[in-house]
Design a protein around this ligand. Structure first.
Ligand code: NAD
Ligand code: HSO
Ligand code: ZN
Length: 430
């Protein structure tokens, strides 16, 4: 991890570039996968499980016995932890529900807006290098709260053709019963087109590696919606001398261990502090089971020393991190100055990992700088908002002339007539 001192604004883009494969290169791999799954359905999923997950699958769907065995295999403390996390996530997401909106805008003109669940949703749970059962909570809970009718979950199997028991236990706890042993771009393709075993869905959710993220983006060409591009994890820590270097190092490593393509950034005001953090990282990383992954992603990472809060805020908003930790004396000013971030962790006692698991917020968040224009997953992501309007005869008399004039000016006579025939009818019959 290199240290940069007051880099010029013109260099920020290059210095903070995320370590991504070129879209063209990734699409060359992913497009044929989509095509083959569309054409060959389950057969293609089985073939790709062999090629990428090194397993010969007989059945793609997890059966009830596997789910029961999973519950029995989990230690009690883990089950209890999952229940605590579930409670917080459920409460925070249930509180996001918006009541039906009704407004009478003119006498007799009533408009409404109501949230309606997206009927068929697909949840992708990463499982390549770590079994992210916490993501089952993050996606399954809002899907259930929203009232989605059909929920399918896809996740890659291990080399024995099994899914991690914590994923199965959590899915069962939430009430998701269609669990498919398929990962990567092929799983996204299956939920996009449907196969013999995997139902076609209306919207696909979930983070994943670059193949998954690219497949999700391509899937939108085939009528399916996606939550957002949620790719390799990242964190930016903004810390001054009041922060604890050991805490900051631990936070940076917590996201660096996700994948070799993760990126972590430290923004601070003194080179001395940056050096202390780097020294801590060097020591702490050696203790990690995933140190090889973490070390690789540290190569993509950077510590930036900037003179003042204003420049720091400019850089953070430019980078638009997935996760932002703020551990500085001018905490409130810093928090208020942020306009681009997926989720913000405030103060030295708020590690990013609480949000990953159990604080209640959602951990499926926009990466690659998409925090500039996307929100993280929430209850809202699982609903559509339908609007309604109803006019009484009085309402039509009040509003009709306005519409007639506007339609006339747009040269759309049929639009105007739809109002005029009714107004004439009302005149004749009143
Ligand atoms: N942004 C977020 O909210 C968020 C949340 C959790 C995790 N993540 C990220 O999710 C990612 C999880 O990645 P992962 O790899 O561990 O699991 P994954 O489940 O996303 O991907 C594993 C699958 O990738 C496919 N694959 C692997 N190599 C391939 C190749 N060469 N060609 C084609 N397909 C290939 C295989 O099908 C495999 O099953 C990490 O990058 C992590 O940072 C992000
Ligand atoms: N940090 C990831 C989101 O970028 C989520 C996660 C799951 N488990 C641990 N972390
Ligand atoms: Zn994490």
């Amino acid at each position: 991890m290199k240290i940069l001192i007051n880099p010029d604004v013109s260099t920020w883009k290059e210095e903070l570039a995320r370590p991504v494969f070129k879209t063209k290169k990734i699409n060359r791999i992913v497009k044929p996968i989509l095509r083959k799954v569309r054409r060959n359905g389950d057969k293609a999923l089985i073939k790709y499980a062999y090629e990428f997950d090194h397993v010969e699958l007989e059945d793609l769907q997890v059966d009830q016995t596997e789910i029961k065995e999973a519950a029995a295999a989990l230690p009690t403390d883990l089950k209890e932890a999952i229940l605590v996390a579930k409670k917080n996530i459920e409460r925070f997401h249930a509180a996001q529900a918006q009541p039906e909106l009704v407004e009478e805008l003119m006498p007799g003109v009533v408009c409404k807006r109501k949230s309606v669940p997206i009927q068929r949703v697909g949840l992708y749970i990463p499982g390549g290098t770590a079994p992210l059962f916490s993501t089952v909570l993050m996606l399954g809970i809002p899907a259930k709260l929203a009232g989605c009718k059909e929920i399918v979950l896809c996740t890659p199997p291990n080399e024995e053709g099994k899914i991690h028991p914590a994923i199965l236990f959590t899915a069962d706890l939430i009430g998701i019963h269609k669990i498919i042993k398929s990962g990567g771009a092929q799983a996204i393709a299956a939920m996009t087109f449907g196969t013999e075993t995997v139902p076609q869905v209306d919207k696909i959710f979930g983070p994943g590696n670059q193949f998954v993220t690219a497949a999700k983006q391509l899937a939108t060409n085939f009528g399916v919606a996606i939550d957002m591009p949620a790719g390799p994890s990242e964190v930016l820590v903004y810390a001054d001398d009041t922060a604890v270097p050991a805490f900051v190092a631990a936070d940076l490593l917590s996201q660096a261990e996700h994948g070799v393509d993760s990126q972590v950034v430290l923004v601070t005001h003194s080179q001395k502090f940056a050096k202390k953090v780097l020294k801590e990282i060097e020591e702490q990383v050696e203790q990690l089971p995933r140190k090889d992954i973490a070390k690789k992603s540290l190569e993509n990472s950077v510590a930036i020393v900037l003179n003042d809060l204003k420049t720091a805020l400019e850089l953070i908003n430019f980078y638009a991190p997935e996760h932002l930790i703020i551990s500085v004396e001018q905490e409130e000013e810093a928090v208020q100055g942020i306009v681009n971030a997926g989720s913000i962790f405030i103060g030295k006692y708020t590690p990013e990992s609480v949000g990953d698991y159990a604080s209640g917020t959602n951990h499926t968040l926009p990466t690659y700088g998409y925090a500039r224009n996307y929100s993280g997953v929430s209850l809202d992501s699982f609903v559509k908002k339908i609007t309604y309007q109803k006019l009484s005869p009085e309402g039509l008399k009040n509003l009709g002339p306005t519409v007639e004039v506007m339609a006339r000016e747009e040269l759309l006579e049929a639009h105007k007539n739809a109002v005029t025939v009714r107004l004439n009818y009302l005149k004749k019959n009143s």
